[in-house]
Design a protein around this ligand. Structure first.
Ligand code: GDP
Ligand code: IMO
Ligand code: MG
Length: 425
């Protein structure tokens, strides 16, 4: 794939194999940038026998020369970040090429506590968040009361602002939710130490990304979550609190849209979702179990079993539109092997009429039933295939059918989790 600056976004509900795809493309890039989300993300990269599960650090980190940027739009849990850095360093992966933007907001212990308390208070109407404090941190950002990386690394300022914030949040924690208040002194001491360690990594990443693009370097923007989890265009309220769509990259990385050359969507050959919310093509039968077990569909971050279902072309078309995808990668085709026939949802039926666009309102979506076309499956284990042409005819037909239904070029096909198991097309 030709690239100068390339945005990679999840085209479904997350976990599409973005980490693997970025790791592969990063071999041809000088810079990898995360621009939104936080450690709700879990991106798996496999190199040989080594499995890396990255939550905050960009998936380019395995290449020693690649500059890895955590942009202003990311919410950073400094404790998790340091654990992740230490874990990589212990495995011989240096983190000296990591930079964190001073504008990035900091996830504090009260965000994590409030995430879990508010989920509990929602009862049956819970969202099924990852419990990592993501929503409450973005709430403070929007409310203009958040603490940023530039605050964390300034000890006197941090101590003063964190104390005021903890006192205010303790009133909510105890008064609204009946929870245990946080000890301000202990939190300040712990987080001041994190700030001290992270100080040397804080640098304006917008400048670094801009300069790299201008110098003709290849820059990759690594999306987290997925299109249907977008706060604005996703299945609200069953979404995350950031903007995983390509437009979010501009804001979250501090770059303008004219700096982006290509937008690659990443999807699975079927659909999965973790957490609550609508999922029109969800399977509740043995086929769903088979896909979950064969595809190891258990959350990278929380270990929760992922809900599974057929490929939904309505959703993929939606992703093509709202992200302006220039091409799409389809991962995990190997997982579909052995199914006698494969279904693809090409449209929804809504009150007796065919609709090809994903509805805005969940109540409307609830009245939609998926319309399926069926294509022949393939028996063969395709994980050893090294070119698209070498795939069984039925597997090729499946990809070509998807391509036709969504109106977007399928540029890569994944047949296994390793770097080498991605077929260019
Ligand atoms: P991400 O959040 O989009 O980076 O995706 P995750 O890492 O959370 O989940 C994708 C899972 O699928 C990981 O376990 C990957 O190792 C695995 N994976 C990625 N691509 C393929 C593929 O083409 N085939 C198979 N069998 N597994 C894949
Ligand atoms: P990656 O980058 C899949 C889901 C959660 C929940 C909803 C809100 O690995 O694809 P949050 O904690 O963000 O407030 O939870 O979003 N979610 C993800 N699902 N992959 C992810 O990231 C996700 N990040 C958040 O399960 O339904
Ligand atoms: Mg994931």
């Amino acid at each position: 794939m030709q690239m100068a600056s390339l945005v990679v976004v999840g085209a479904q509900w997350g976990d599409e194999g973005k980490g693997k795809t970025i790791d592969l493309l990063a071999s041809r890039s000088q810079v990898v940038v995360r621009s939104q989300g936080g450690n709700n993300a879990g991106h798996t990269v496999i190199v040989g026998d080594e499995v890396y599960k990255l939550h905050l650090i960009p998936s380019g980190i395995l290449y020693p020369e690649t500059l890895c940027l955590i942009g202003n739009g990311v919410v950073v849990d400094p404790k998790v970040l340091l654990e992740e850095m230490d874990g990589l360093i212990a495995r011989g992966i240096g983190c000296r090429n990591l930079r964190i933007d001073p504008r990035a907001h900091v996830i504090m212990p009260y965000h994590i506590l409030l995430d879990n308390l508010s989920e509990r208070a929602r009862g049956k109407g819970d969202i099924g968040t990852t419990g990592r404090g993501i929503g409450p941190c973005y709430m403070d950002k929007a409310e203009r009361s958040g603490l940023r990386m530039c605050d964390l690394i300034d000890e006197a300022r941090f101590s003063e602002r964190a104390r005021a914030a903890i006192e205010a949040k303790n009133r909510v924690i105890t008064g609204v939710y009946g929870g245990e208040p946080l000890d301000a002194d202990a939190v300040i001491a712990e987080y001041t130490a994190y700030g001290r360690r992270l100080r040397e990594f804080v640098e304006d990443t917008s400048v670094l990304a801009y300069d790299a693009v201008k110098a003709g370097k290849s820059v990759l923007f690594e999306g987290a979550q997925g299109t249907l989890l977008d706060l604005d265009v996703g299945t609200y309220p069953y979404v995350t609190s950031s903007h995983p769509v390509s437009g979010g990259v501009c804001v979250g990385a501090g770059i303008g849209p004219t700096l982006i050359d290509e937008v690659l969507g990443v999807a699975k050959a079927y659909t999965t979702r973790v957490g609550k919310g609508p999922f029109p093509t969800e399977l509740f039968d043995e086929t769903g179990d088979l896909i979950r077990n064969r595809g190891h569909e258990f959350g990278t971050t929380t270990g929760r079993p992922r809900r599974t279902g057929w490929f939904d072309a309505v959703i993929a078309r939606f992703a093509v539109r709202v992200n302006g995808l220039t091409s799409i990668a389809i991962n995990k085709l190997d997982t579909m092997a052995g199914l006698p026939t494969i279904k693809i949802c090409d449209a929804y039926e809504l009150d007796g009429t065919r609709t090809e666009n994903f509805p805005a309102d969940l109540e409307t979506l609830g009245r939609c039933t998926p319309h399926y076309i069926e294509v022949p499956g393939f028996e063969e284990d395709i994980s050893g295939c090294t070119s698209f042409d070498a795939l069984p005819q039925a597997a090729k037909n499946y990809i070509e059918t998807i391509e036709r239904l969504i109106g977007c070029h399928v540029s890569m096909v994944g047949v296994g989790p390793a770097r080498s198991q991605m077929l260019d097309r």
